[in-house]
Design a protein around this ligand. Structure first.
Ligand SMILES: Nc1ncnc2c1ncn2[C@@H]1O[C@H](COP(=O)(O)OP(=O)(O)OP(=O)(O)O)[C@@H](O)[C@H]1O
Ligand code: SF4
Ligand SMILES: [Mg+2]
Length: 327
């Protein structure tokens, strides 16, 4: 494994036990054989429609829920339920809904103190107060804010607090699961700027999950596109957005306004019709085939593998070259 890989995800599967419509036990294939690497210091953006398995992937790579199969290697160590505890503080999760993740009965300074204690930081008195102030200031809040309760803050400030709590344990890696989607537009860019500044200052690595491709393009080094538990395309953020190879990526891109005149120029509008298929009994072959404009007989028979379609851009589509020509 090259030195600059921080996390390597290999053949990762996460199936949930569930009941089908007739009450029979069944499995939800939320993440189904996903492999990719996250480089040290990069922001890896993960996009896809609601329910495709993005949050499950984020939680599984952190071992907050154990994988059904596959491997996750973090900084050269293969994660397991036995060795995850001491590594926990190096890997943190930022949630979509900051209010729901902050205990309403605790003052902010106590929330941060709790995080410091959980990370084994044995600070007392003034040193502990200084540490809390330093964390608050690093996210644009003040020592006085530590005396207040979560409900006394705006959504944007609450997200700053949950970022502060994640940073308290000095992590290397953050999974940011839709960190701005519950916020007013006015706060969204502030939080994005804050995450970018913190990354620069602390050399953080992000797995950034979002629906909004424009935001993901802005913040990410590389982007992975997920559909129905699978990774469909992976590539450099600008290349993937300006020259998508997978029909699903094309459809996603054509359904969002990208604030870059070049990216949209000459692109045919592809409308994404219908709903994603069931994760309980996904279709044979390519999981996108029922919604795909380019589907042929082979697409039902054979599952396309993620392969290099040029310049390191990976795409899981039998017709990638043809789809690119007709775009
Ligand atoms: N604990 C669970 N038990 C059973 N099924 C689950 C569980 N958590 C998630 N799922 C199912 O797994 C699938 C993937 O869910 P997940 O939350 O990972 O999707 P997502 O891409 O993050 O969606 P969204 O964009 O809406 O947040 C969904 O069908 C969901 O219902
Ligand atoms: S493999 Fe076939 S169905 Fe799947 S995206 Fe490519 S053309 Fe469409
Ligand atoms: Mg989610």
């Amino acid at each position: 494994m090259p030195d600059d890989v921080l996390m390597e995800i290999s053949g990762l599967k996460k199936y949930y036990r569930s009941l089908n419509d007739s009450g029979r036990k069944t499995m939800v294939h939320a993440v189904d054989d996903v492999s990719f690497s996250i480089m040290r210091g990069e922001t890896f953006g993960l996009v896809g429609e609601s329910g495709c398995g993005k949050s499950t992937l984020g939680r599984t790579v952190l071992f907050l829920t154990p994988p059904t199969d596959g491997r996750v290697t973090f900084d050269g160590v293969e994660l397991s339920e036995r060795n995850i505890r001491p590594l926990r503080s190096r890997m943190q999760l930022i949630f979509q809904n900051p209010a729901g993740s902050l205990d309403p009965s605790m003052r902010i300074k106590d929330i941060l103190n709790e995080a410091l204690t959980a990370a084994g930081k044995k600070l007392k008195g003034e040193a502990r107060r200084d540490a809390v102030t330093e964390i608050l200031e690093s996210v644009g809040l003040t020592a006085n804010d530590g005396e207040r309760f979560p409900h006394q803050f705006s959504g944007g400030q609450q997200q700053r607090i949950s970022i502060a709590r994640a940073l308290a344990v000095k992590p290397d890696f953050l999974v940011c699961d839709e960190p701005i989607s519950s916020l007013d537009v006015s706060y969204q860019s502030q939080i994005i700027n804050l995450l970018e500044d913190l990354q620069q200052e602390r050399g953080l690595t992000y797995l950034f999950i979002a629906h909004d491709l424009a935001v993901v393009r802005h913040i990410s080094t590389r982007i992975g596109v997920m559909y129905c538990g699978k990774l469909m395309e992976l590539g450099d953020a600008d290349t993937l957005c300006s020259n998508p190879a997978h029909p699903y990526t094309k459809a996603l891109l054509s359904s969002v306004p990208i604030p870059d005149p070049d990216a949209g120029a000459g692109r045919r509008r592809v409308t994404l019709k219908g709903e994603p298929p069931s994760l309980i009994s996904p279709p044979s072959g390519c999981r996108f085939r029922q919604r795909c404009l380019y589907a042929e007989e082979i697409c039902a028979r054979q599952e396309p593998v993620l392969r290099d379609v040029g310049g390191g851009q990976l795409c899981a589509c039998h017709m990638a070259e043809r789809a690119a020509i007709t775009a």
